[in-house]
Design a binder for this molecule. Sequence first.
Ligand code: ARG
Length: 495
Amino acid sequence: MTLTSAIKASRRSNNKRATRGRGAAAASAASAMWGGRFSGGPSAVMERINPSIGFDRKMYRQDISGSIAHAEMLAAKRIIPPADAKAIVAGLKRIEAEIDRGAFAFKVALEDIHLNIESRLIELVGPAGGRVHTARSRNDQVATDLRLWVRDAIDEIDAALERLQAVLIRRAEEHADTILPGFTHLQPAQPVTFGHHLLAYVEMFGRDRGRFADARRRMNESPLGSAALAGTSFPIDRHMTAKALGFDRPCANSLDGVSDRDFAVEYLAAAAMCAVHLSRLAEEIVLWCSDQFRFIRLSDAFTTGSSIMPQKRNADAAELTRGKTGRIIGALNALLVVLKGLPLTFNKDMQEDKEPVFDATDTLVVCLAAAAGMVADMAVDAGAMRRATAGGFMTATDLADWLVRAGGMPFRQAHHAAGRIVKLAESREIGLDDLTLADMRAVEPRVTADVFKVLKVESAVKTRTSYGGTAPANVRRACKAARRRFLKGRAAKGT
Ligand code: ARG
């Protein structure tokens, strides 16, 4: 649809509405276009399948920045009269203010954000407004807008990830000495410190930030000026517009410029990985606040009650974070499938790139905030954690290690002897450190009284001082290092 025919179509539909006097549906052009006339032929279907204004209006700021940069470049290169460029820029700023305050009438007949803004511009400044689209196309325009939008989203997510890391580091410092079972196969394995456990997530989220930063670096090239697909015969300056929009450089190939959506895929891949990390944390929170664990208690702010069972406190925020991960993974999958097999260059299929990107972003942002809130507020029951280390013979590895160190046994042999001692304790339904020296010597004569030093979980964690290990002293050092490595802004102050 050309711009003039779209404007005419919009007028036609407004007139139809007026003559039919369709009350509430007449409130906006959009609802009238979508409202209750589904009996119709292909044009009614087109009105439903074709427009993107319902979602791409989210990019209005980016669209306006792109148009301002383009108009100023056109004037600088004497492609359009400077006075017209001035009028265009002033008109665009006015439109931005209109949209900001909700006074802009979006029209479905105008398909998308680009045509809606351009049509309003012409309304505001007259035919000069029609010059803004010189030497560009909606194809390079939309590619530019979405890159700018994703770039802003990455910055917002990076800040949210930093806030989450700050909260995790603060709670880790607080619980550098708190002992709980470390699990493998969800079975008690070796005692660890809760601080150490929380810092594991700080590492994951640090890598997520790295992935977003990599994606941002690679995507920071400007498609603007690729025009429809082949470039343009006007003497434009793509370096100038790239610079004005904060891009590192223009995309090198115009065909690639309009058809590349790798940047959105990479962004969604980083978002999916981050969501998977969040869902692992969320799952642990669900487990930890279950009656079987009782390691933590979530604040009222992040739990809900049951409509029938009065005793319930459900960890809904954690469950939803876990569940919403499915949407974000789905968004990545959706975009990959949309792009698969598309011939160069622009195809309308690509209009389907935006909703997954927008939805994944909204979802990730709220999940990051929920995770930070839950971790900040949770009450940690150190006693319950410590009690949970009692069963499970979690210092069996320490017993084997002691046999290696004190008895000079090869580890494999020591492992075997420790296993037999565990079996003995198990048969008597007591802990390892409840066995007598004589009990143990009956199994392995090289055992001395010295062994009791290593059978307590406190000693097990305290001695694990190897680099990256769980010892409280390590955790305190690791918290300091993590602050240096990850926290730059306000978050560095531990807020
Ligand atoms: N609404 C379109 C999109 O979201 C803009 C590009 C349209 N280009 C075109 N040649 N129809 O991708």
